[in-house]
Design a protein around this ligand. Structure first.
Ligand code: HEC
Ligand code: CU
Length: 313
């Protein structure tokens, strides 16, 4: 296989690993051709016009527009093709969420904390089933980190203040490296972990072996009452606030006339920055919870509101 010629190459274990490798090789080849051509001309002219070589130095060539326009448009077309190629691979990888298994990842100095919907949590490792897309909803508690899994040919920045969503899938069971690929402070180099891709049966067993845990949604429900959300959002409340049952995944008309889909990001923003997007027909009376709850609590609230999706409002 041609790929084995690339130094340090390791087989990818994601469905689109081959496409990414091909794109990488294409870019490498295009850059090598440009570099090769430049060096070739450089050397030819060095030899031809070296001191003492009796070559024709008169008759300077007139500037030719044919050449100028020719090479400029040729390189434009070639590099635009690379862009189209890259964009199509990107679109294949970054699809819209469609009800996959979702797992939360919170990055902090200097570790990855992973929480499964059933309440199982782990540090610096992520267990997942093979051949099943997993949606990672990622947040950072402090600075920018970057979630990098070379074997899956995926890297995604985790920026504080918003959710990043990334779909990953492994087609072969095994242990794979997980790195932080954004310098994030003193122990950045130690911010490493592993992805453990398992057969679905082993995965189910692993989840079970983690001992009894409250599901994130249940803990979120408890928080929802503790923090006083239910005081406004309950059906019998005296405050005019939207019911959150059946909200997730639905379009929400906003007071500025636009419409957004109630996804994880929207719910997160509704809790931290309630004033930024106000649902139509309501007054902006909801207090901001920015700084009052941490990422762990936030993701529980979001999971709880997600779990209300199938309930009729
Ligand atoms: C003082 C009453 C009040 C409290 C307390 C409150 N909310 Fe709200 N909430 C509202 C109102 C009013 C709206 C609609 C206006 C808006 O979009 O900001 C709203 C909107 C929302 C939305 C967007 C709903 C939609 O249909 O677009 C979400 C999600 C939400 N709240 C979650 C929460 C959570 C979680 C808590 C607790 C951490 C909470 N709220 C606490 C009054 C409240
Ligand atoms: Cu980091």
């Amino acid at each position: 296989m041609w790929r084995e010629w690339i130094p340090f190459w390791r087989p990818g274990v994601s469905p689109y690993g081959g496409d990414v490798d091909l794109l990488f090789a294409g870019l490498l080849l295009a850059s090598a051709l440009v570099l090769g051509l430049l060096f070739f001309l450089l050397i030819v002219f060095c030899v031809r016009y070296r001191a003492g070589n009796p070559t024709d130095r008169g008759h300077r060539v007139e500037k030719s527009w044919h050449w100028e326009v020719g090479w400029t448009s040729a390189s434009l077309v070639i590099f635009l093709l690379l862009f189209v190629w890259g964009a199509s691979v990107y679109l294949e990888i970054y699809q819209k969420p469609q009800g996959e298994l979702s797992v939360f990842v919170v990055a902090k100095q200097w570790m990855w904390k992973v929480q499964h919907p059933g309440g199982q949590s782990e540090i610096n490792s992520l267990h997942m089933p093979v051949n099943r897309p997993v949606r990672l909803v990622m947040a950072s508690q402090d600075v920018i980190h970057s979630f990098f899994i070379p074997a899956l040919r995926l890297k995604h920045d985790v920026v504080p203040g918003r959710y990043q969503s990334l779909e990953i899938e492994a087609i072969t069971a095994g242990h794979y490296h997980l790195f932080c690929a954004e310098y994030c402070g003193t122990d950045h180099s130690g911010m490493i972990g592993e992805i453990v891709a398992m057969e679905p049966a082993d995965y189910a067993k692993w989840l079970n072996d983690q001992g009894p845990a409250n599901s994130l949604a249940r803990e979120g429900g408890a928080l929802f009452r503790e923090l006083g959300c239910s005081g406004c959002h309950a059906a019998n409340s005296s405050v005019h606030a939207p019911l959150l049952e059946g909200l997730y995944g639905k379009p929400v008309p906003l007071s500025d006339g636009s419409t957004v889909t109630a996804d994880d990001k929207y719910i997160r923003d509704s809790i931290l920055l309630p004033r930024s997007q106000v649902a139509v027909g309501y007054s902006p009376v909801m207090p901001s919870f920015e700084g009052k709850i941490n990422e762990d609590q936030l993701l529980r609230l979001v999971t709880y509101i997600k779990s209300l999706a199938d309930r009729a409002p």
